[in-house]
Design a protein around this ligand. Structure first.
Ligand code: KG4
Ligand code: ZN
Length: 338
């Protein structure tokens, strides 16, 4: 029973990350978040790939140094093949291929969306992983989907967003209120001081388990414009209530679909992941479902929710055990479905 060491690399969006795993345990998980996008109010792809190019070598060095293992011990290199921004993915992909060639060890490609879900199987000494089959809702700045997970590599998308991701709904609403990017965490913060029922925003009518968030943004925009015409200080005077009401609406939209998914499948094992699962309102609403609906719910540690290489590493480990390796002709894939 050999010990498996995986060096993992993630560069799909605006975070450059490298991690070292010893079997299912994380020895290091370094994330370098690119600050440059803040002043543009969103991720600028061209700038993201340049920053990855600058960050990747120091981040990998730091991951190895923190793990405190000799790189000769590394069993395989895992990397994010997609989905994501092409220019960003190419940096991690090329780097992983070169490293695998240089060290003479196997290369393992990883689907970023699978990784968000399989992050639940990282051993952190505290949480227990969900048991199969379970429902996984991945909510972040780039993704919103509900997936039925029958086994590690047997997943089926039940529903997903038809337009904006839920993180974008938070960030774009925040921008309308003049908050800096990314505004999601700020909306969460002010929402805790406000009345969630102060303002009523319409919920989209979308069939099945799919989502739509672009209409919400538009109705918030019109509402704010209308109120600001009457009172120029409207946003300032009602920021907490605005944030609380917007967050309340977003949570209601998410929970409605999640409840439908549970009803439809009969599966009461419910896991969430992605950066938006940091939201305190979502966390407490989900926890309540344990009591009111008899669900068992799972939320990974925050550092494994946002984009990180440790989640790429756990998929690398699971694929290594199946000897599922990639060859040197592999290339990045911007649109890469589950
Ligand atoms: O997973 P992530 O780090 O990157 C992507 O893959 O997109 O998610 C980032 C998203 C951003 O939209 C950010 O505003 C949102 O997660 N976010 C939050 C909170 N923390 C992060 N949204 C609401 N409440 C939070 N506490
Ligand atoms: Zn992600």
């Amino acid at each position: 029973n050999e010990t498996i060491y995986i060096l993992a690399i993630e560069s799909s969006c605006d975070d450059t990350s490298a991690a070292v795993l010893k079997d299912r345990k994380v020895l290091s998980n370094i994330v370098s978040t690119q600050k440059i996008h803040e002043e543009y109010g969103g991720v600028v792809p061209e700038l993201a790939s340049r920053a990855h190019q600058q960050n990747i070598v120091p981040v990998v060095h730091q991951a190895l140094a923190t793990a405190n293992i000799d790189k000769k011990l590394v069993s395989a290199i895992a990397f994010t093949r997609g989905p994501g921004l092409m220019g960003s993915l190419l940096v991690g992909t090329s780097f992983a291929k070169s490293l695998s060639l240089g060290l003479g060890i196997p290369l393992i490609e990883v689907n970023h969306m699978q990784a968000h879900i399989l992050a639940h199987f990282i051993e952190d000494g505290k949480s227990t992983p969900p048991s199969f089959p379970f429902l996984a809702m991945t909510i972040s700045g780039g993704h919103t989907q509900i997936v039925q997970v029958n086994d590690y590599f047997d997943m089926e998308i039940l529903g997903q967003t038809l337009d904006d991701a839920v993180g974008e709904a938070f960030d774009k609403s925040a921008k309308l209120m003049g908050l800096p990017y990314p505004g999601g965490p700020l909306v969460d913060k002010y929402a805790q001081l406000g009345n969630p029922l102060a303002f009523d925003f319409p919920r989209p009518k979308v069939e099945g388990l799919n989502f739509s968030f672009s209409g919400l943004k538009t109705s918030i925009l019109y509402f704010i414009q209308r109120e600001t015409k009457k009172n120029p200080n409207f946003i300032k005077e009602h920021l907490n209530d605005l944030c609380a009401s917007i967050q309340h609406t977003i949570i209601a939209i998410l929970m409605d679909k999640l409840e439908k998914a549970v009803k439809q499948t009969g599966i009461k094992e419910v896991a969430i992941g992605g950066g938006v699962s940091a939201n305190s309102g979502i966390r407490s609403t989900l926890e309540k479902m344990e009591i009111t609906m008899g669900w068992r719910t799972y939320i990974p540690k925050f550092e494994y929710c946002t984009d990180n290489a440790a989640m790429i590493g756990i998929v690398g480990y699971l694929k290594y055990k199946k000897s599922e390796f990639s060859n040197q002709r592999i290339s990045a894939k911007a649109r890469y479905y589950l």
